[in-house]
Design a protein around this ligand. Structure first.
Ligand code: HSE
Length: 376
């Protein structure tokens, strides 16, 4: 099977390394951006050498970003090539048009590596769905922030140097804002909904909070309550709407997610006959992510069917009452929802819905606050 690889960064290099050790997967051409990347005779800076090559059966995209990845993949589908992508941002934003094009051309789109790095999360969902509908899932979907949070918590280190370490280790996105502001998890939650519920939430409606403004004292407070902080993505299928959110959660130490550290991810599904099942493994990094990409290529080689997704779009509603931890420069703006003041900048809220809190934070234009859900 002949492959055209788009992108030779952290993940792309892992893909070429694994494929080069395979007897049946042959990378014919590799698209690179800069002259200094022309290190292998297969490298090219001309994408047409891949898209127009009738010998190439599969185009594998590890470029990241929406454009030009989207246009290249649309062209690959139109030329009758299967595609494999690790690009969650592009797929979460453009899934409808890409899946429609794939259907028209009778080819498939594989995206295991978009969520959970090396964990076979999408494949596991497909297996569960043969028997059960998925009621809900929740999990740690981002390796960068989990690496930062677990080292901040266990070694009392500061945020900034840990972010730099995560970048050096190849966990973070080119622009790490997507990691630390929760957007990367938003895309992964949306794609997991598409697979698990066959319904795609409106991306902008998913309340999304990250860890950019977390401080050591927030973790100290969680610790004093027998808890730890994790960035959690979650979704519940409510039939007509989806409850979905991305936010830091103070989890009880005995929660299965609380004990997942470093660049590991862990995702828990809940369905009627299987009940709760947890999938864990390295959620970021070159070889684990490349492993998921190459598994997809093998699926194509072995003719493993992928469902053609025609996901309806669903609104997002978060109407369950919960307690939240808030730290902000102007706590008086939250007087109406504050139940217990921890210090002059920090409080625990009374029980309110995330929709109510999200609206209040939006109204206050309070962009620098740190907010976390407190597990019951
Ligand atoms: N930046 C992502 C993470 C890479 O840290 O999880 C894997 O999707």
């Amino acid at each position: 099977m002949k492959i055209g690889l788009l992108g030779h960064g952290v993940v792309g290099k892992g893909v070429s390394r694994i494929c080069d050790a395979s007897e049946i997967l042959q990378i014919k051409r590799i698209l690179v951006k800069d002259d200094w990347e022309l290190t292998d005779p297969r490298c090219t800076q001309n994408v047409q050498e891949i898209l127009d090559d009738p010998e190439i059966d599969v185009v594998v995209e590890c470029m990241g970003g929406i454009e030009p990845a989207r246009s290249f993949l649309m062209k690959a589908l139109q030329n009758g090539k299967h595609i494999v992508t690790s690009n969650k941002k592009m797929l979460a934003n453009c899934s409808k048009e890409l899946f429609a094009e794939a259907k028209k051309n009778n080819v498939s789109i594989h995206y295991e590596a978009t969520c959970g790095g090396g964990i076979p999360w999408m494949a596991s969902l497909e297996r569960i769905l043969r028997i059960d509908p998925i009621d809900s899932f929740r999990g740690i979907f981002n390796g960068t922030t989990n690496y930062i949070l677990s080292r901040m918590d266990e070694e009392s280190l500061e945020f900034e140097p840990l972010l730099k370490e995560a970048q050096k280790l190849g966990y973070a996105e080119q622009n790490p804002s997507d990691d630390i502001d929760g957007m990367d998890v938003r895309y992964k939650v949306a794609l997991s909904c598409m697979k698990a519920f066959k319904v795609m939430p409106v991306l902008e409606e998913i309340p999304t909070y990250g860890i950019r403004y977390i401080q050591k004292k927030d973790l100290d407070y969680a610790k004093s309550q027998g808890m730890t902080c994790k960035l959690v993505g979650r979704a519940v299928n409510d039939g007509k709407c989806i409850q979905a959110s991305v936010m830091p959660v103070f989890l009880k130490k005995e929660d299965v997610l609380a004990n997942v550290s470093m660049n590991f991810n862990a995702i828990e599904s809940d369905s009627p006959t299987l009940g709760k099942a947890v999938f864990t493994g390295q959620g970021a990094g070159s070889l684990p992510t490349a492993h998921a990409v190459v598994q997809d290529i093998y699926d194509i080689a072995y003719n493993e069917a992928m469902d053609t997704v025609d996901a309806a779009i669903a609104p997002v509603v978060n109407n369950k009452e919960k307690t939240f931890y808030l730290r902000t420069v102007n706590l008086s703006l939250y007087e109406a929802v504050c139940k217990e003041k921890i210090d002059e900048n920090t409080c625990l809220t009374k029980k309110i819905t995330l929709d109510e809190l999200h609206a209040l934070i939006g109204k206050n234009e309070d962009k620098d606050l740190f907010v976390a859900e407190v597990q019951e």
